[in-house]
Design a binder for this molecule. Structure first.
Ligand code: 5GP
Length: 179
């Protein structure tokens, strides 16, 4: 059944079952890869809060989790964007980090954030994103764990918003064709 979020119509795209099944697979894989490493998961707010919760519930190796918010604004760096992380209090030195993102679109956010994280000298950094739009990627980025590769169309639900709304759904919806 299609839904209306503000002025736009969205159609069902990924069901609750599909999302949860894929998250279970990712959690099994990550738990095996990080056995004995005591990794630190870093969830990127706001969009990843549901994904981070469901993923972390299914991680079976001892792990910790923290959340940050990324503020981006026009600046004077080579990318034209400066990213500051808000709220990261953990000591990252020698930690194995897994970033939890809702969606990687152009890759701009992550490619700007990773260097600032590297300055904190973690042992390793990997990215786990629920969704990825390969056709939209503009910045070189290695994505280690991807839930679903999706077409370059706007999606909402399961934590992802349109202008703040539409996050409160167990499934993911794709913008309806307008023609
Ligand atoms: P990037 O920097 O990779 O271009 O964009 C990443 C951010 O853009 C995501 O964390 C998300 O906030 C937003 N974004 C990109 N595509 C979508 C989409 O289809 N739906 C929603 N709700 N947000 C998106």
């Amino acid at each position: 059944m299609s839904i209306q979020v503000l002025d736009k119509t969205f159609v069902p795209y990924l069901s609750e079952q599909e999302i949860q099944d894929r998250i279970n697979q990712l959690a099994i894989q990550i738990s095996a890869d990080y056995e004995g490493k005591n990794p630190l998961f870093i969830g990127i707010l706001n969009g990843s809060f549901m994904f981070a919760s469901d993923l972390f519930k299914n991680i079976t190796t001892p792990s910790t989790i923290s959340f940050i918010k990324l503020a981006s604004y026009k600046g004077t760096t080579s990318t034209g964007t400066v990213i500051t992380s808000i709220g990261l209090e953990e000591n990252l030195q020698d930690k194995d980090i897994i970033i939890i993102e809702d969606i990687v679109d152009t890759g701009k956010t992550m490619s700007a954030f990773i260097p600032s994280l590297q300055q904190l000298q973690p042992a390793s950094i990997r990215i786990c994103t629920l969704l990825h739009k390969p056709d939209a990627l503009q910045f070189p980025l290695s994505l280690d764990y991807v839930g679903f590769n999706i077409p370059d169309k706007f999606v909402v639900g399961y934590g992802l918003d349109y202008d703040g709304y539409g996050r409160n759904s167990r499934e993911i919806f794709q913008i309806a064709q307008t023609s």
